[in-house]
Design a protein around this ligand. Structure first.
Ligand SMILES: NC(=O)c1ccc[n+]([C@@H]2O[C@H](COP(=O)([O-])OP(=O)(O)OC[C@H]3O[C@@H](n4cnc5c(N)ncnc54)[C@H](OP(=O)(O)O)[C@@H]3O)[C@@H](O)[C@H]2O)c1
Length: 366
């Protein structure tokens, strides 16, 4: 029997999402029928060593072999780390990822990968120069439900995509949280678009941009409008449209995200010539979708598919990183550099139209 490839991870930051990632990475891969790769956490870096130690005790079963560092630099310099997972607030992604890349570590960086497209272009150039793998942690793209939706959508049975609606909203209780919370604070890149926007967008990218008949064409039009909260001026509600009409796809995505209401049960609706795919919330990690087959306006068949697995869904992206690193790839075919770049270019344009400027100096590359 061939041996599993072991990827040795260094974790940067000890916040909420880093704990989710580590918990899932340590789930036995065999529970999801994965035998070719396995994950080992070898280092955790935090701004305080106590926090790194506490994190290891709580989320890595107190594994004494994991090194706790009171800085991120310690993890970058650790020879037992192959890949770095970055779970800091958006505004630090650029500098943390650049430091990791310069230390010749492969990188998985939380969404949104950077504050703007210029920062991302600079990181991609650095990753190329240093010969390392780089990926945005758009975990939804690697989940089994998403892979199944893609297969169905591209099988041809539903015909061409025509229209897509997707929303991700969450009531953050804005009046009750401190203005320094990362969702509200402009100095931490706060607002709905950067935090929630990647999820409605990923479905538009999957169904329209990735559709074979689109042949990789960029959107022909992007519009965006923002409603700002008077609390700090970041976007409380953002709606944006992304239109594809350059090649074989002629379809529009209507996307939205809000910080003051909860999401509706059906988060994504993709309408095709001969049917509809409706994906249940939460759209970052849905567990079921329903497909209706249509003849004219008559529903001829309806099926619901449900997906279950051990863990919460963050491990599938970790498996993808491990396979790519094992195979010497610089990017993933599923969520490659072009898609992160498209995401950041769309966000730049929506922020431009919505009049959302970051505080001076926040963007490291413009
Ligand atoms: N994939 C997903 O489902 C998902 C979900 C939520 C968030 N995210 C993304 O993950 C990132 C972090 O979100 P989170 O909810 O995990 O945030 P969080 O709980 O506030 O954790 C962020 C961590 O970053 C570190 N950090 C470094 N400098 C900081 C600063 N000046 N202020 C605050 N924290 C600082 C801290 O760790 P140390 O003290 O240990 O250094 C902190 O615990 C964001 O970019 C967000 O968009 C992704």
């Amino acid at each position: 029997m061939t041996q599993s490839f072991v990827l040795r991870w260094g974790i940067i930051s000890t916040g909420r999402i880093a704990s989710c990632f580590v918990t899932d990475a340590l789930v036995d891969p065999k529970t999801r029928d994965v035998t070719d790769v396995v994950h080992k956490i070898t280092a955790v870096g935090s701004r305080s060593v106590e926090s790194a130690q506490k994190f290891i005790a709580e989320f890595a079963k107190g594994d004494q072999s994991i090194k706790a560092y009171g800085s991120y630099a310690g993890v970058f310099a650790d020879p037992n780390v192959d890949a770095v997972y970055i779970g800091t607030p958006h505004t630090f992604h650029y500098e943390n990822a650049l430091d990791a890349i310069k230390a010749k570590k492969h990188v998985l960086c939380e969404k949104p990968v950077t504050l703007n497209a210029a920062e991302l272009r600079s990181l991609l150039a650095a990753a190329k120069e240093h010969g390392v793998f780089f990926m945005e942690a758009l975990w939804t793209r690697f989940q089994p439900l998403t892979l199944e939706v893609k297969k169905l959508a591209e099988s041809g049975v539903l015909g061409a995509p025509m229209a897509l609606q997707a929303d991700l909203s969450a009531d953050f209780g804005l009046d009750k949280i401190p203005k320094t919370h990362r969702i509200l604070d402009p100095a931490l890149g706060g607002g709905a678009l950067l935090d929630l926007g990647p999820y409605p967008l990923i479905w538009a990218i999957l169904a329209l941009y990735e559709h074979p008949s689109n042949q990789g064409a960029a959107p022909s039009n992007i519009t965006g409008t923002m409603l700002k909260t008077p609390l700090t001026g970041v976007d409380r509600s953002t709606s944006f449209t992304v239109t594809f009409a350059e090649r074989g796809v002629a379809a529009q995505a209507n996307l939205s995200c809000n910080l003051n209401v909860n999401t509706y049960q059906t988060g994504v609706v993709i309408r095709y010539e001969k049917g509809t795919i409706a994906i249940q919330e939460p759209i970052y990690c849905p567990k079921s979708f329903t497909v209706q087959y249509l003849q004219g306006d008559k529903v001829t068949k309806e099926e619901t598919r449900r997906f279950e697995y051990v863990g919460s869904g963050w491990h599938f992206q970790a498996d993808e990183v491990a396979r790519c690193v094992r195979d010497g790839k610089s990017e993933s075919l599923l969520w490659g550099h072009d898609k992160s770049l498209l995401e950041m270019e769309i966000f730049d344009e929506v922020r431009r139209q919505g009049g959302y400027k970051f505080p001076p100096g926040l963007e490291k590359v413009v």
